[in-house]
Design a protein. Structure first.
Length: 114
């Protein structure tokens, strides 16, 4: 299993970013996918989940109505559209799947600052 995140960067408050996570090594369309984040000095926290066929999504309360998780099973990719970004969204963002055990990507840095 390999997960590779991309799309992070520096953005001003109120801006947007779209993160991508390219997956390989397993049957992507069969598995739920998640995004997590870890801010400096804090524990890693769950951000969003999408079921295998995109039947349902769920979000951390603080990102609800600002972030959107989606997936393209034909491209083996999961996305996180982040709008109305706030400084407190600054973190390394990781995608995750549970395929026998937990797998993580290398993370992508998101910095929200003016």
């Amino acid at each position: 299993v390999l997960l590779v995140e991309s799309g992070g960067g520096l953005v001003q408050p109120g801006g947007s970013l779209r993160l991508s996570c390219a997956a390989s090594g397993f049957t992507f369309s069969d598995y739920k996918m998640k995004w997590y984040r870890q801010a400096p000095g804090k524990e890693r926290e769950w951000v969003a989940t999408i079921t295998s066929r995109s039947y349902s999504t769920s979000y951390l309360d603080s990102v609800k109505d600002r972030f959107t998780i989606s997936r393209d099973n034909a491209k083996n990719t999961v996305y996180l559209q982040m709008d109305s970004l706030k400084p407190e969204d600054t973190a390394v963002y990781y995608c995750n799947c549970l395929v026998v055990r937990n797998y993580w990507g290398q993370g992508t840095q998101v910095t929200v600052s003016s």
